[in-house]
Design a protein around this ligand. Sequence first.
Ligand SMILES: C=CC1=C(C)c2cc3[nH]c(cc4nc(cc5[nH]c(cc1n2)c(C)c5CCC(=O)O)C(CCC(=O)O)=C4C)c(C)c3C=C
Ligand SMILES: [Fe+2]
Length: 439
Amino acid sequence: MTDRRDPDRTAASGCPFASSRRQLLLGLGSAAGGALALSVGAAKAEGTDGHQVTDAPAGDSQQAQVVPFYGPHQAGIVTPRPEAGLIVSFTVVAQTRDEVEDLFRRLTERAVFLTSGGKVPDVDPKLPPVESGILGPDIAADALTVTVGLGSSFFDDRDWLKPLKPKRLKTMVEFPNDALDRDLCHGDLSIQFCANRADVNIHALRDLMKNLSDHLVIRWMQAGDVPVIPPKPDGSSESARNFLGFRDGTANPDAGDTALMDRIVWVEAGKDEPEWAKGGSYQAVRIIRNFVERWDRTPLQEQETIFGRQKASGAPFGGKVESDLPDYAGDPDGRLTPLDSHIRLANPRTADTQANLILRRPFNYSNGVTKSGQLDQGLLFIAYQADLDQGFITVQNRLNGEPLEEYIKPVGGGYFYVLPGVCCPGDYLGKTMMETLRA
Ligand SMILES: C=CC1=C(C)c2cc3[nH]c(cc4nc(cc5[nH]c(cc1n2)c(C)c5CCC(=O)O)C(CCC(=O)O)=C4C)c(C)c3C=C
Ligand SMILES: [Fe+2]
């Protein structure tokens, strides 16, 4: 276990987490492996950012799982990915400094309650119930995380905020294979909900909608899920499959590696970003439809060539198991792994392209059927990086024109800046930003 405390924060913040050990997440080999640590009843595990995953005293072990809200970074990024995900994009009505501060304070207050769980207060039956009631009178945390990001328009539409905009935050523009539906794109504020069950995410959303209706209006949303696969008896783990039948998450950077996450995911002090943004991260969201009927009629060999991996095992060509590494240096002409395969374009594994690593946290989605009778299924792609240009945008530009494009169509999404974490009671989301303005 390594102690990688951030000396700046430890000294300056006085926050309780700052002096706690930031252990590696127990048994966490990858983001997918992390999900295992959480779901398979690890009574207590600590993420790379000081978020301890604990079991609360009541409820069954799954429902009682708490991913603490407080920490230098928001939870829901390097913390284990549970089964259900939901991204909601909002238009923010709040305009003035006081209104925006009120939004952040109340959003923080609700997120603290929802992510820790508790009892719904009784109310005079002549009044409307305090909340939806869809989880019953005892709210279980169920590993819920609530991760808040801000879109470019949030800064652009408020003159007083323009000077504080994160350097690389911009409005997502169309890539060549995109067919973006503007009703499914962008937004002032994003909330990523992740939990063991979809109804926990919906409950949290309903709570925020009820309590923050004066500040937030939903623009679009997309839910998804991904099975959490328990580790094998020998301790090894396998990634869940996407709706094209391939294991997805295999080569994701290790979310348990603090130094790596500090380099590729978190905006740190000293980078050319506003000081307030330290501890945050860029979030790229893409709703990518999969043409599954066409895919299911494509020969297996062609499918594998498109991805550059074996479908059954997830192993790279020439390898046996999912965790084997592809050897591109020994295959410069792409005889084994085609140069235009998805994995080779996404990560050519050269010294230079180490700067383009991203942390993926995708979910599969199924939205029923289109008007023309095709299954409307795909990938809710979510990725985090310290530098949006070097990360998602560079990787997507390398993927432009890839053979996989015949089977996928990005239709929505957006870019957001995930706010730094909330250290402790009294702190609130966006406080560093708001205090910069008041200074
Ligand atoms: C711009 C970033 C990426 C988009 C968009 C994207 C879409 C997408 N991916 C799959 C399926 C797989 N992706 C895999 C690996 C992989 N994908 C990206 C990036 C994007 N994918 C990266 C950086 C990597 C890792 C490459 C590496 O380091 O070797 C894989 C292989 C297994 C894995 O490592 O996860 C699959 C399968 C789909 C279906 C999709 C859009 C619908
Ligand atoms: Fe991919």
